[in-house]
Design a protein around this ligand. Structure first.
Ligand SMILES: [Zn+2]
Length: 405
């Protein structure tokens, strides 16, 4: 149960007031401890007994893939379904009804039995898709989160998120539809830059919507911690990474990474945002990245410092700066839509100080041309595997140059 759903239960206290002697049993598949406490209050049961199981579903393998381009991610999904999940049942979650229609038709063109499911479909069509999928007549449902209630199919072998969820609790619940038969199943989420802002504007009216989305983004950008450890925090569980048994991508494939000093990058980005604001111009995250990598208008290119980082790296840095509040969202509303623009965050002024530093962990596999400065890494034992020249105790001032992807 997510905090949105709790709202729907607000009036259920009436049950205990009207029928004080009737025993009441509340059941939920997923709830954080704060949601549980809210439910106890809402249901007005005096001295309730709470029974909970661990959040840890040991048979689920969690993985995050970077979504380079839309086409690449679609090809990747099609190839997974045709090869790794051949003849196996699964769900692909997408952001919108339009995405459900378009992705399912693209999968169909690749001879995959995939059908869309969303709230706006004819009820008969919806139950037909549900029924055929349950009886394995179709392999994949490409759905919005409207596809959820009442799914009780034990042999779902994969749940792929073509777009990130709006919170870790939602992700846990949606991906948790995999592997109910306790056999191994995969939960893969594609993490794309522009999706962050589509979701951000969607949850703009929700109370802690931005905060929850940022936790989800942080989960996706993580490259060195057990995925389960990041989920455990949200279910208030004490977590020992050993309990994962290599059932997440970061535990299974130890990634080479280094802690990179991004202070210089941060200053360049902040300069672009300041310049735009002085020209009374609003910058979307996409425009910001384009300006920074030198794809913006020629007039602006002369006034700013562009970067040699690749687009994906530049996006990763901008995401980090948003998560760490050097940048923040600036919503603009029209009657039809909400726009996400970037403005300076509360920590931006700290960058004026010469001693202030910002760092982030970046993967060091692959080849690339970006030259960045490595600082002391705080990675665990696995960081010992780094192939780059940045000893764990290199002083900040030493300016070690390293090649990044
Ligand atoms: Zn793990």
């Amino acid at each position: 149960m997510t905090s949105d759903q709790v709202r729907d239960y607000k009036l259920l206290g009436i049950l205990k007031r009207q029928f004080p002697k009737v025993p009441l049993l509340g059941l939920t598949a997923t709830a954080t401890s704060s949601v549980l406490k809210d439910c106890e209050k809402i249901l007005c049961v005096k001295q309730p007994i709470t029974l909970t199981a661990s959040f840890n579903r040991t048979n689920l393998y969690y993985e995050v893939r970077i979504k380079g381009s839309d086409d690449a991610s679609k090809n990747d999904i099609a190839s997974l379904i045709k090869n790794r999940y051949k003849n196996q049942s699964g769900i692909v979650y997408v952001f919108s009804q339009k995405d459900a229609e378009s992705l399912s038709s693209e999968l169909q063109q690749r001879d995959i039995l995939a059908y869309p499911y969303h709230a706006n479909m004819d009820p008969d069509d919806k139950s037909r898709v549900h029924r055929k999928w349950t009886s394995n007549k179709i392999q994949v449902v490409v759905a919005t989160v409207a596809f959820g209630m009442g799914i009780d199919k034990p042999d779902v072998r994969f749940v792929i998120h073509h777009t990130i969820s709006k919170s870790i609790e939602n992700y846990y619940q949606e991906s948790g539809r995999a592997g109910r038969d306790d056999s191994q199943a995969d939960c893969i989420v594609y993490f794309g830059f522009s999706d962050i802002f589509r979701i951000s504007t969607m949850v703009v009216m929700e109370n802690v919507g931005q905060q929850k989305l940022k936790q989800m983004v942080d989960y996706c950008q993580n490259i060195d911690r057990c995925r389960r450890s990041l989920m455990a925090v949200h279910f208030d569980e004490v977590w020992d990474d050993e309990g994962c048994h290599q059932m997440c991508d970061t535990c299974r494939h130890v990634k080479d990474f280094t802690t990179v000093d991004i202070t210089g990058h941060a200053r360049q980005v902040v300069q672009i945002v300041e310049l735009a604001s002085s020209m009374d111009e609003k910058l979307t995250p996409l425009k910001l990245v384009e300006a920074w990598i030198g794809k913006g208008p020629a007039k602006r290119r002369k006034m700013i410092q562009t970067t040699t980082l690749s687009r994906l790296q530049a996006e990763a840095v901008v995401v980090r700066l948003l998560l760490q509040e050097y940048l923040r969202e600036d919503f603009s509303f029209t009657p039809y839509t909400t726009y996400f623009y970037v403005k300076l965050g509360r920590k931006a002024p700290l960058l004026k100080s010469q001693t202030h530093t910002v760092s982030m962990k970046m993967e060091t596999t692959g080849t690339g041309s970006a030259v960045v400065k490595a600082v002391s890494g705080q990675g665990k034992a696995k960081e010992g595997k780094r192939s780059v020249q940045s000893a764990g105790d290199a002083p900040v001032s030493k300016k070690v140059k390293t090649q990044l992807p």
